[in-house]
Design a binder for this molecule. Structure first.
Ligand SMILES: *Cc1c(COP(=O)(O)O)cnc(C)c1O
Length: 373
């Protein structure tokens, strides 16, 4: 994978926004409740290592990632805080988890049994730390009944190669106004907790949406993801309890500006034809960068003006209609503020019929990430 440094297209990450979002959330949490920064998927496209640093500066005390390699990336960057992998990993990778001191999630008995068998044969320096995942209604991974959880706990406690470090669940509707299903999941988790003889070091149920909008009193840590990047987890559905600061900007420059006569076709398929003489600008970004074809018809900002993307989005370029001639090299903002105007990640998601989480994640690794305060 090559990063296109020699092209003016950039993702700019304002690390201070991440730090501030973490600080604001921590200020609302009861004393002693910890915040683990969720930096999976390369920090939702923002850069895992830099996001992790910014989150630590705001008071985060641990991290969540989605797979082993993401955890190793953080360890190799020098982070010594607790790191939780939010999923099971292949059994034959467990040595790496122990060596790098990564905590692993377990959601079924079969995996646990295989893990013990594998680890017992290896005589590693310390035990594998586990967080039990309880499926309270997400239907993804996790133990279903309190009995299964109780059994898993005693299995872990009887084994010298395993350590019970945490228990958690994940809500599927925390970003919706109707709290009915959230309450059901919450209740199920409490029933599981009540069935246990003791609790581990970490009990955690909150993603961003639960942390922002629900009252959970069972956890001593939250898994703070999308809101840390300054994005409202609910999209438009619920108001932010405090202003979240978006961290990501997507910018480029005009590499060609031309005046086309009336009746000229633009882009593949000639889907746009000038209906008068028009100034057309070209920007080096395309669907190979995650600026998807359905962005046709959306606008970008040049000198504070919204300029429509005309013609099809190409793999590496897009064309826009300018109000007048502008110099080559003029800055273009695709996401973020430009003079008085702003294009939010949410607006891009609305155009694509999706959620901003997806927009952030699909911004291509071809685009360099630059970091500013
Ligand atoms: C991704 C994830 C989170 C973070 O979710 P946000 O909505 O981004 O806050 C928390 N918990 C689990 C299990 C996840 O997979």
């Amino acid at each position: 994978m090559v990063v296109a440094w020699h092209r003016p297209t950039r993702v700019i990450i304002h690390t201070k926004a991440i730090t501030e979002n973490v600080k604001k959330e921590l200020a609302r949490l009861p004393k002693g409740k910890e915040l683990f920064a969720v930096v999976k998927a390369n920090g939702y496209g923002h850069g895992a290592v830099q996001t992790a640093e910014a989150a630590l500066a705001g008071g985060a005390t641990g991290f969540c990632v989605s797979n082993l390699d993401e955890g190793i990336e953080l360890r190799e960057a020098g982070f010594t805080q607790p790191i939780l992998v939010l999923n099971m990993i292949p059994i034959d990778a467990l040595t790496l988890a122990v060596v790098h001191d990564l905590s692993i999630t377990v959601g079924n008995k079969e995996w646990l049994e295989q893990a013990v068998e594998y680890l017992q044969e290896r005589k590693l320096k310390h035990a594998l730390a586990l967080h039990l995942k309880v499926d309270t209604g997400m239907g993804r991974i996790g133990f279903l009944t309190p009995e299964e959880v109780v059994e898993a706990v005693s299995f872990i406690q009887e084994s010298a190669v395993l350590e019970w470090e945490g228990i958690f669940t994940h809500f599927s509707t925390a970003d919706q106004a109707d709290e009915t299903y959230w309450q059901q999941q919450h209740q199920r988790f409490i029933e599981t907790i009540d069935a246990l003889p003791a609790l581990p070091k970490y009990v955690h149920v909150s993603n961003s949406a639960t942390a922002l909008w629900h009252d959970e009193k069972i956890g001593n840590m939250i898994r703070f993801g999308v809101a840390m990047y300054g994005l409202n987890p609910s999209g438009h559905a619920l108001p932010e309890p405090y202003p979240l600061e978006p961290a990501l900007e997507l910018v480029s420059e005009l590499i060609q500006v031309k005046r086309l006569a009336k009746g000229e076709g633009i882009g593949y398929g000639e889907t746009y034809i000038t209906d008068q003489p028009e100034w057309i600008g070209t920007i080096p970004i395309g669907y190979a960068d995650g600026w998807l074809r359905n962005m046709q018809g959306f606008s970008v900002l040049v000198d504070g003006n919204l300029c429509e993307i005309v013609g099809r989005v190409c793999m590496d370029q897009i064309m826009i209609r300018l109000p007048q001639e502008v110099p080559l090299g003029t800055k273009v903002t695709l996401i973020g503020k430009n003079q008085e105007k702003e294009i939010s990640m949410q607006a891009v998601a609305d155009q694509l019929g999706t959620i901003h989480y997806e927009v952030a994640c699909v911004l291509g690794t071809r685009i360099p990430r630059e970091y500013e305060e």
